[in-house]
Design a protein around this ligand. Sequence first.
Ligand code: ZN
Length: 208
Amino acid sequence: MKDYIDKKDINNNITNNSNLKMLIFKIKFSKLEILHLSIATILVTAVGLSLNNYRYVSWEFLIIFVSAFLVHELAHKLLAQFYGGWAEFRTNSYGLLVTAFSAIPFIPFKFIAPGAVVIDLSDRSKFGRVAFIGPLTNLFMGFIFFILSHQYPLIGYLYIGALFNSWIALFNLLPFGNLDGQKIFSWNKIVWIFMMVCTMGLFVLINT
Ligand SMILES: [Zn+2]
């Protein structure tokens, strides 16, 4: 019996590993999606750089702003495709306009909402999890940057990484409109409260 369980576990592991490999190689992008993602990434990076009125442009800042946006969106896409659904990133004109406006220096209100991954998934629970994974990536990266910023206080961009990621997580968790927060809230209110408390906690930690 023990032997059987071990073999079964090994087989499961092999299946899981090959699923993961297939998942990574199977992630599909259309040319239209790459165009939309590129436009959105440029705008998000511009909003990030506008926080310092474009005075400091370095590859560290570029990596922080691009990863905060792309990792979030690709996590949605990857999980939705893993569940067998259709998922592609699309900008929307109102979101592009608001984000472009936010990229203007000295504008105090910064909104990053150039578009979203459009998902076709009928299962409500899977749809909720796909929404949940986006802000979770920013919360996770925010905590990593926060810990590193304490270990290496002289490296200023680590603090910016913590701040930018926690801000993106918080904004996306708002339970309104088409934001991830609304989808998580209608799927599972406990998960939404947990995420909100963690994100607020990170915010307090960063700003004290
Ligand atoms: Zn999202």
